[in-house]
Design a protein around this ligand. Sequence first.
Ligand code: FE2
Length: 236
Amino acid sequence: MTREALRMNRQNDDWIERYGRIDWRDARSAHRQCRALARHIGENKALLSQLVNDLEVDEARFARCEMHPLMYRLVLHEDLGQEYQVRLHVVAEEARDIVPHDHKYTFSAYILAGGYLHIWNRRLGAHEGDFTSHDITPGIVAIERRGAAYTFRNSLIHQTIMTPGTVSIFIRGPKSQSHWHAAKDMYHLLADGYEVPKTGGKNHKGGRRLTIEEYRRVREQLVSQGLIESRRILDA
Ligand SMILES: [Fe+2]
């Protein structure tokens, strides 16, 4: 597919115009807007199939996809003006993200398949920045499953254990702090391939570029889970 054809395809989709404005300054508004956007994509098999299958010919979007130590990250849409990305996070094997951590950005998640144990921790000391396991305590323990949606402010701290086959729409908001933080006394428990948080403006390598073989593997997984069709169906 040519770049022009891809552009025309996008013009035919009004979903970005309808759902794409997100007010990241207010977490409640961001949550409502992200949930509507994620639901629209996640519950529309034709659209999700198109967005995943087009990656094979959309070089710019493909270049932004990543193999992360815990999951595949497929970029479905990127809004450079509003600085957010809509991704599909796909877990193939059990993924244990057990070191309490925050994020550089506020994000929103909408679960399409599988599920995970999700511990939201409360900070006992500073509201943001560095911490150890002694500075936090579990606040909410939740089971996130199909249909669940939540929005996580950048300074919040969590842990997750995801079951194989967990798939979610993940909307990453604008960067809110220079780097992420993890419990300093638990770095040794970070998953293989994870770098400890970097300070001083250095880029943290959260993942590496996805290869075409990995892309085809994850697409196959999504087809076998019934989440997408193996070909584009909007043109049919
Ligand atoms: Fe996280």
